[in-house]
Design a protein around this ligand. Structure first.
Ligand code: ADP
Length: 542
């Protein structure tokens, strides 16, 4: 017997309809490429998304055609999120930090038909357009009078002119919720980039689960600052969760430096911010230099790479901001786990709580996970056994776009490429990416553990631990360190800092000081590049 409830497709257009009707006055604030602060409301975004839909209809695209963006976080990008997906086209958020050759490769692979770009990226578009074989329409996200005369880009028009002449009314089409809504290529640390193709259903379910109290805890009382880019896994779904809850949105545009982010947090009374550790490092540096305080910020979700415990402590102890350590990946839309405490932790002291908080967190409803050994047998949730982490759920990838790389699933589970432990309370902790794990004398050393200890030293701004070939032990860890400006620490002092904090054989053999550690397009340390720069490095003979 079937249930007798209404059947309604879960479509992205319903989010902006809801936000317009129930939170029409809700604010959307953007720092623009133009440099100023722009203010509008969900009502404006809704109207302009419908104008986008009408403008797209005029381009006579097919259902499911890809519309690409090369854009910062801002209101126009948000309008494209709703306008493109809502019309039945697929929003393809290109990552502007990639090399132009990769942008060309990806745009051709996804067969983008339209490219909407911020003026910051005009030089990239000029450099690549002749090689992007499928793009027929170029739209610059600016006013008509800001469009330079001779760009050489065929048919280029300004976004504002493109939508100005369009009517504000548009009836969003109804279609199967399993239709593709947006796509995002993985960074391609191994082989060519591959795309995760999200559906309307997966996006809505992910946004719903992401907004829940034990996940990101979003509400109409929040002012949300996604520093995580809208071109990387849909800014962790925040634009959708915000529309679903009516939260105020604050977009940083291109300005990610500590001062710009701090000013935005204070001026816009931001309560919740999201970003990767490298960005928060800049913010904390700015706070410390100016002895600043936050007056409204309550919590921040940090993920994308392991959040050093020292960062969690700084936010919590110095600034009274709760850190939600989170883990996920492009293939998971991206949320997998978020670290929030349970009832049983309430009475614990701060050291005990910290031991929980530094883990990557508990699975949220919708994501099932397990750890397995080399034979694929499931390992116990005892907080000690570590193995390959596998996940499944309605917003986890089934296969990559165009079937690239074959079927990634193992008996219905997606192997994440991460190695982890899970404790009896369900808290997962990433030990490493499987390719970064250091194998020393038949034992494994977690590069994340080594980095976390190094990062706790007051003179260390950034630390990367890599394994170096060793004649006896197979590999030994070394730690590559960037010092904080004006701070000093010697090799011996830093190595001594590890004493008592980890087993002796897990202490790195050497410290290499560098000016900068290479970061990838999503702000993560690029260990492959780092290893290349260290190819002539010799381990000290101990
Ligand atoms: P890509 O897979 O293309 O590098 P993603 O952003 O999808 O880009 O990266 C996902 C990976 O990032 C995860 O598999 C994991 O290795 C790492 N990661 C994400 N969040 C965390 C975290 N909180 N702690 C440790 N590693 C993390």
């Amino acid at each position: 017997m079937l249930g007798l409830m209404q059947s309604q497709q879960l479509l992205i257009s319903s989010l902006i309809d809801f936000a317009e009707r129930h939170h029409g006055e809700g604010e959307i604030v953007s720092r623009r490429v133009e440099g100023d602060i722009h203010r509008c409301t969900y009502r404006d975004i809704a109207k302009r998304s419908r104008k986008v839909a009408n403008a797209l209809a005029g381009l006579h695209l097919a259902f499911g055609d890809r519309v690409a963006t090369l854009a910062w976080n801002g209101y126009r990008h948000l309008e494209l999120y709703f306008g493109v997906s809502g019309s039945g086209q697929v929003l393809h958020t290109l990552n502007p930090r990639l090399h132009p050759d990769q942008v060309v490769w990806i745009a051709n692979h996804s067969e983008d038909q339209v490219l909407c770009f911020d003026m910051t990226f005009l030089p990239i578009v000029k450099a690549v357009h002749a090689r992007c074989t499928t793009i027929k329409h170029y739209i610059a996200l600016c006013d008509a009078d800001q469009l330079p005369a001779d760009t050489g880009i065929p048919g280029l028009q300004s976004y504002e002119a493109w939508i100005a002449k369009q009517p504000e009314s548009f009836t969003w089409p109804e279609f199967d919720e399993n239709s593709a809504s947006s796509m995002c290529y993985t960074s391609g640390t191994t082989g060519n980039p591959k795309a995760a193709l999200y559906s309307h259903r997966s996006t809505i379910l992910h946004a719903w689960a992401g907004a829940m109290p034990d996940a990101l805890n979003m509400s109409a009382r929040d002012s949300v600052l996604p520093v995580v880019p809208m071109f990387h896994v849909n800014a962790w779904g925040l634009p959708y969760s915000a529309a679903m809850t009516g939260a105020k949105m604050v977009f940083p545009g291109p300005a990610m430096d500590g001062k710009s982010i701090y000013d935005l947090i204070e001026n816009e009374k931001v309560t919740f911010a999201a970003g990767v550790p490298t960005v928060w490092q800049m913010l904390l540096g700015h706070m410390q230099q100016g002895s600043l305080r936050f007056s409204t910020l309550k919590r921040t979700v940090i993920g994308g790479s392991a959040c050093p415990p020292a960062m969690i402590t700084s936010f919590n102890d110095l600034y009274g901001v709760e850190v939600l350590h989170a883990w996920g990946m492009t293939e998971m839309s991206p949320l997998g786990t978020v670290c929030t405490l349970k009832n049983k932790h309430a009475g614990m002291d701060s050291t005990q709580k910290m031991a929980v908080r530094m883990k990557q967190g508990r699975g949220i409803y919708g994501v099932d996970m397990k750890i397995v050994d080399e034979s694929g047998a499931e390992l116990p949730w005892d907080g000690k056994a570590f193995g390959d982490l596998l996940v499944k759920g309605p917003w986890v990838i089934k296969e990559y776009y165009k079937g690239e790389g074959g079927s990634p699933l193992v008996n219905g589970w997606f192997p994440t490429g991460d190695v982890a432990t899970i404790d009896p309370d369900g808290y997962m902790q990433i030990t490493d990416r499987s390719k970064d794990v250091i194998k020393s004398g038949g034992e494994w050393i977690s590069s994340i553990d080594v980095e976390n200890i190094a990062m706790a030293h007051p003179a260390v701004a950034m630390a990367a631990c890599v394994g170096m070939k060793h004649p006896k032990w197979d590999e030994r860890p070394i730690v590559v360190v960037v010092k904080k400006p004006g701070a000093e620490v010697s090799r011996q002092e830093l190595l001594a800092f590890f004493d008592g904090k980890t087993a002796k054989w897990q202490i790195p053999d050497d410290v290499v000081f560098v000016d900068a550690i290479p970061l990838g397009a999503t702000g993560k340390m690029q260990k492959t590049k780092l290893r290349e720069t260290l190819k002539d490095y010799q381990l000290p003979t101990l």
